[in-house]
Design a protein around this ligand. Structure first.
Ligand SMILES: [Zn+2]
Length: 79
């Protein structure tokens, strides 16, 4: 599983729709990839922030936006 795949699964993980095998592969990847681990942390923070405000029901589009930002920042040639 590479980072791009993990990002896609993270959305499911946050929705708690992920099946057990996928969740395990993500955990494995996170333990060896600090980038994705950090990404998951900030996503969880963002989502819990939104969940604490019931009037805001935009997590899916928000997540897509956040993931797009993360992907573009990772695409920098400085690596
Ligand atoms: Zn990764």
């Amino acid at each position: 599983m590479d980072c791009a795949e993990v990002y896609r699964f993270l959305i499911e993980e946050l929705d708690e729709h992920l099946d057990e095998p996928s969740r395990r592969s993500i955990k494995e990847h996170l333990s060896s990839c600090g980038n994705c681990a950090t990404t998951l942390q900030s996503l969880k923070k963002t989502v819990s922030l939104y969940k604490s405000q019931p009037s805001l029901i935009v997590p899916q589009s928000l997540l897509s936006h956040v993931l797009a930002v993360i992907k573009s920042s990772r695409a920098k040639p400085s690596e």
